[in-house]
Design a protein around this ligand. Structure first.
Ligand code: C2E
Ligand code: CA
Ligand code: CA
Ligand code: CA
Length: 279
């Protein structure tokens, strides 16, 4: 029995260390990725369907690993958050996207709003404010062209820090969007405590909106609440015409999802907007 238990103990340790080393390996690779141009950004357009126009783009990070190919952000963003790498990623994403969009002549013309995803760790102390301000310093115009998307769980992890930085940026025009709205524990409290101009209805609500009466009612309630509070609403993860029609009929003004456009690189975005303008 002794050898048996020690044997299984060993096995457990071996498995654990395998898991740990693959995480440690990924972390090491991620540190290198920033310096070796393996990270890029893509843009997913958002639309006001009623007015038939593009309202803005959400910027999403991509990691092209030299051996493993594309690694999705859900695999490395949490790791980056845990190990103090997120600020470097946020700075890279903001600077790269603004540089590309300005260079392409799209910002303030075809694109009136650029949304960035930010994490709790992006908001630690006075230097965070300075970082954001430095990242935005190349903007040739109004800062209301910028929006920060923050999940409620991120906000609650660091409420005081988030509040402090967002209020400074918000006064200078930067917009704030509450991401994955409705999936957290205290969405209403977050709305009450932070300066927020937009909510994004999470894709989990959109997914079954046509079949599931409960989800449909929740979405209608979010829309009514947002209207009363003068918040913009974006529905994300719209994949079918049935979902889009339902959302439009319910009064949702902005839609984002594969039905309209997938996240795309800057060259493709330029072509995409060119085609829109020709229609
Ligand atoms: P998110 O902010 O909720 O972003 C929306 C995700 O849904 C994106 O996945 C997007 O590609 C995907 N999506 C868009 N339309 C559809 C659709 O119609 N159907 C489906 N099934 N999915 C759709 P992605 O790019 O893999 O990003 C996943 C998450 O990683 C993001 O969720 C965000 O939380 C995080 N993330 C991505 N880029 C960044 C970044 O630059 N910084 C930080 N901190 N987080 C990021
Ligand atoms: Ca937005
Ligand atoms: Ca987002
Ligand atoms: Ca989301």
């Amino acid at each position: 029995a002794k050898t048996n238990s020690r044997g299984s103990h060993k096995l457990f340790n071996a498995e654990l260390s395998q898991v740990m080393s693959s995480r440690a390996r990924l972390l090491l690779d991620l540190k290198l990725a920033l310096d070796h141009n393996q990270l890029t950004v893509v843009y997913q357009p958002q639309f006001c369907v009623q007015e038939n126009r593009m309202t803005g783009v959400e910027v999403l990070v991509r990691w092209h690993h030299p051996e493993r190919g594309m690694i999705p952000p859900s695999d490395f963003i949490p790791l980056a958050e845990q190990h103090g790498l997120i600020c470097g990623i946020t700075d890279f994403v903001m600077r790269t996207a603004l540089h590309e969009l300005i260079e392409a002549g799209l910002l303030y013309r075809d694109i009136q709003r650029v949304s960035f995803n930010v994490s709790a760790a992006d908001f630690n102390g006075n230097e965070s404010c300075d970082r954001f301000i430095a990242n935005l310093s190349e903007l040739p115009g109004d800062w209301s062209v910028i929006e920060l998307e923050l999940t409620e769980s991120a906000a609650l992890l660091n409420l005081e820090g988030v509040k402090q930085v967002l209020s400074v940026l918000n006064k200078r025009g930067v917009q704030v969007s509450l991401d994955d709205f409705g999936t957290g524990y205290s969405s209403l409290n977050t709305l009450r405590l932070l300066p927020i101009q937009e909510v994004k209805i999470d894709q989990s609500f959109v997914k079954d909106i046509v079949q599931n009466k409960q989800d449909a009612k929740l979405v209608r309630t979010i829309l009514a609440m947002a209207k009363a509070l003068h918040l913009r609403v974006v529905a994300e993860g719209v994949e079918t015409h049935a979902q889009a029609n339902y959302l439009i009929n319910a009064g949702c003004e902005e839609l984002q999802g594969f039905l309209y456009a997938r996240p795309m690189e800057i060259d493709h975005l330029i072509t995409f907007i060119g085609n829109l303008n020709q229609q």
